[in-house]
Design a protein around this ligand. Sequence first.
Ligand code: FEO
Length: 165
Amino acid sequence: MQDALNAQVLIEGQSSQVYLAMASWAEIQPGIDNVTAFFYRHSDEERMHMLKLIHFINERGGFAVIPPFEQPNLTYPSIHHAFKELLKHEIMVSESINNLVDIALTEKDYATHNFLQWYVAEQIEEEALARVLNDKLELIGDDKGGLYLFDRDVLNVSVASGNPE
Ligand code: FEO
């Protein structure tokens, strides 16, 4: 279980790097300040997910291993591509969390199983949000007015309604 949790430390940390690279790329594109802020915020959240795992592993008597990270993809042809990649990445993370839940159940590690429920819920939300944003971008296409509104609202899109709060 410890090895599997440490593998998840890497995945969450790598996710933070991937979204940090998206943020840095978005920051030098004109007119998408809120998309930029969205990616920076998402990167911070992934770092928090990593830290939560690190503390859990250490508090349970294990040792959280801080891994090296790969160079993430640095540029994207469009924000549509970046958000598509974000959704793909979150689906991969969800699969990895589900796999951890399987291991916890197989090993009858109920404390870890309980701990992982927070991640299960988080992934449902993150995937749903990524799908809502991708759906919006698909509708917008290359329409500049639509992209302006997307950037204006992106920080306030809620999963439940898919509309700005
Ligand atoms: Fe912590 Fe979005 O995966």
